[in-house]
Design a protein around this ligand. Structure first.
Ligand code: DX5
Ligand code: ZN
Length: 214
């Protein structure tokens, strides 16, 4: 199991030191980029990704909750993003996915809790990562929606049956107490924001989530 702390729940005034507290315990850093349009919240853009880049060698897993990702993909890649994930709710993702591929970074496709698996299934051959939202995008600290695990199971089954090289990531409300059910459903990467950075010892919290999932 890979663990991806969401820096949305870190202290934005001390990002580098918060990242250093978890770096030895995690596999990627999840970066929640919100534009104030796709979601009401406004968070991180390419300048912050560029500022983080010299402070960590961890994979920067950028989750774009923005209305018009096409305008930003190049800037995020230039800033040092390792993966760019766009939402299927915006419409046909293929032009965005091919641009992400041409930038040489990992292609991700996300879908909201209410969006059916059928909406992403046609694009599994065009992606490296499927991001299953287990809360509604916009804010950290929301409660996990267990019904989305059916979509994880459906994705796991198809990806394995077809031998596709697609990782499944789950995002929202993940803590040590639900890491095991997510793992059993077939998740490869657990994103956790408040579950890690909200803890007194974020490194120990990341370890506990990994232990619960294995
Ligand atoms: C929600 C974000 C999530 C969020 C997860 O829009 O995509 O990545 O930061 O935070 P927690 O783990 O607190 O639910
Ligand atoms: Zn996210």
């Amino acid at each position: 199991m890979k663990i991806a702390p969401s820096i949305l729940a870190a202290d934005f005034a001390n990002l580098a030191s918060d990242i250093a507290r978890v770096a030895g315990e995690v596999d990627l850093l999840h970066v929640d980029c919100m534009d104030g349009h796709y979601v009401p919240n406004l968070t991180i853009g390419p300048p912050v990704v560029a500022a983080l880049r010299p402070h960590t060698e961890l994979f920067l897993d950028c989750h774009l909750m923005v209305d018009n990702p096409g305008r930003l993909l190049g800037a995020f890649a230039e800033a040092g993003a390792d993966g760019l994930t766009v939402h299927v709710e915006l419409g046909d993702p293929r032009p965005l996915l091919s641009e992400i591929a041409s930038l040489g970074v990992r292609r991700g496709l996300a879908f909201e809790p209410e969006t059916p698996f059928d909406a992403v299934e046609p694009f599994l051959g065009d992606i490296d990562l499927l991001l299953v939202m287990s809360v509604h995008t916009g804010y950290g600290g929301q409660a996990f929606i267990p019904e989305v695990l059916d979509k994880v199971r459906a994705a796991r089954k198809l990806i394995d049956a077809e031998g596709m090289a697609v990782e499944i990531e789950i995002d929202g409300g993940i803590k040590a107490d639900n890491a095991a059910v997510a793992a059993a459903a077939g998740v490869d990467i657990l994103v956790s924001g408040t579950g890690i950075f909200g803890a007194d010892d974020p490194g120990a919290a990341a370890r506990a989530i990994r232990a619960a999932a294995s």
